[in-house]
Design a protein around this ligand. Structure first.
Ligand code: FES
Ligand code: FES
Length: 178
């Protein structure tokens, strides 16, 4: 069967088997190997991607079910060579060791920050509770998400202040040369 969807902003149309899982479609057919496949039991969460903006375990979704939807993978977090704040946070706070769980953690954490820009530690731990990390003990992951949250808020404030300054400048009367 043929399936069409948008993946990281690009339209994709492919011939697939009806029983193909989204995780295998992304990894094997589109070669987007940033999304990992870690278990056969829907437990590890390393396969999380976004489907129409919602984080889902892509090992529990048929590729055919993603037809007509927007898929975003870990490869789609970076914009024009600039890391997303959540990626930067993991870098700054050593939120990964082997990195196997990281793609799913990043996608889940970024979705949390979109819904809740300033989450508590409890909210962060709850959001990532469907994901397993065998290396970090989770403390540095929580700190990474907090770093991203603090820096995104600061970034937005700076943007808002720049917008306010630009509006003040354009509102001023132009000076007429004599
Ligand atoms: Fe483990 Fe999807 S691969 S939950
Ligand atoms: Fe190794 Fe999380 S960093 S499993």
């Amino acid at each position: 069967m043929q399936v069409s969807m948008t993946v990281n902003g690009e339209p994709v149309a492919e011939e697939i088997e009806g029983r193909l899982l989204l995780v295998h479609f992304l990894r094997d057919q589109l070669r987007l190997t940033g999304t990992h496949w870690g278990c056969d039991t829907s437990n590890c969460g390393t396969c999380v991607v976004w489907l129409d903006g919602e984080p889902v375990k892509s090992c529990t979704v048929l590729a055919a079910m993603a037809g007509g939807k927007q898929v975003r993978t870990v490869e789609g977090l970076e914009t024009d060579g600039v890391l997303d704040p959540i990626q930067q946070g993991f870098m700054e706070c050593h939120g990964l060791q082997c990195g196997f769980c990281t793609p799913g953690m990043l996608m889940t954490a970024r979705a949390l920050l979109d819904r809740t820009p300033n989450p508590s530690e409890h909210q962060i731990r709850e959001a990532i509770s469907g994901q397993i990390c065998r290396c970090t003990g989770y403390a540095t992951i929580v700190r990474s998400v907090q770093w991203a949250s603090e820096n995104r808020i600061a970034e937005r404030e700076a943007e808002r202040e720049a917008e306010r300054a630009a509006t003040r400048t354009t509102d001023r009367e132009p000076e007429v040369a004599s």
